[in-house]
Write a protein that binds this ligand. Sequence first.
Ligand code: 4AD
Ligand code: MG
Length: 452
Amino acid sequence: SKMSVRDALGSQHTSGERVKVQGWIRSIRSQKEVLFLHVNDGSSLESLQVVADSSFASRELAFGSSVAVLGQLVKSPSKQQNVELKAESIEVIGNCDAKAFPIKYKERHPLEFLRQYPHLRCRTNVLGSVLRARSEATAAIHSFFKHRGFVHVHTPVITSNDCEGAGELFQVEPSSKTEIPNENFFNVPAFLTVSGQLHLEVMSGAFTRVFTFGPTFRAENSQSRRHLAEFYMVEAEISFIENLQDLMQVIEDLFKATTMTVLSNCPEDVELCHKFIAPGHKDRLEHMLKTNFSIISYTEAIEILKKASHNFTFTPEWGLDLQTEHEKYLVKHCGDAPVFVTDYPLALKPFYMRDNEDGPPHTVAAVDLLVPVVGELFGGSLREERYHHLEQRLARSGLTEAYQWYLDLRRFGSVPHGGFGMGFERYLQCILGVDNIKDVIPFPRFTHSCLL
Ligand code: 4AD
Ligand code: MG
């Protein structure tokens, strides 16, 4: 019967069970009379050792080739593994030209090198581990919300609004307009979504607790290690929430619970990342999971930063955005652990954030979570649920006409509510210790690059 490498490795019936295992050759070693292969099919970091008679050796049986091995699972005499496969037959399904194959046998390729080959790098140990951890994290996030009674919502990818009001939009048009003469396809300008938040607010007005987890797009002209043009965002929206404290609790729980699940479901993958990409990160992550996240206000943050001004390229000042260097300093300042920054200046934030109304300096009930490796990981806020306040904010931004439906939510059974968004790739960077965001997504898209 067919068996994955993971199942074969975990098999208890090693007394000669006959199985067929398919995968790609990761290593090959020949001795006088025996041939040792390691076959990997991506189901686990560990490969399955295949032991074959040296008469099986052929030019095609080489690093990178795909094979089907039929044989018996037996207890391995070596300490390296419990189980090995004694081959009765080996079929080369597709051979691999070692000269042309960019991935070389026994070589440890730098991540920057592998980035040139998004179609092949997933066959290396390191990308294999990152992407399996990504898959586990995706499932863990869905399960976190499900267990807390959140309803999952598919928010649209194409939308006519600019949620963040930052103008970083990709416009959507058909490639040929011939079928709809003299008109836009949608009659209005349409864009790839920058955030599902406004649609989630609609749904939280019916289901109370909702979340979405999908691709988001931003035309940011940035070559940074933490920005992509297409990234995945986890967003939640909660009705009847009245303070930032409650929102921060959900954020901290989500971060910790998801990470614990990933650590327990694929420990060897996380360990490989820590070992090969970020030595020392294991302890840092354990510390993050143990401590209570700190909380400081934006105003306090600026005071802390001003005392350390000489460290920065950008001078920190009340009313200005926090730069990456500032975020990283605050994380270090708070014990190299996550820190919530609350109550940002109203002028820096989008129209939907709830006005704190505490006189000058004028702030909104916003919260960001800053973490090691990336800086800003979460952004959230209480939303302006008061009709007249929101009406004024919209008017000031010139959005009154476009957002009548959004005002409706405040006319018909409005409730205090709030939510947040977490950049999923940044989350993976933070737990795995990966410096560059392009290495935690299978197919990165960014300025001047859309391979495949
Ligand atoms: O802080 P942002 O812009 O917040 C929102 O979009 C809210 N509407 C979310 C909400 O309240 N529902 O984005 C949220 C997070 C950031 O903290 C960051 O982690 C990530 O999304 N992010 C990016 N990740 C990768 N590449 C980019 N270009 C990103 N822009 C934001
Ligand atoms: Mg933000």
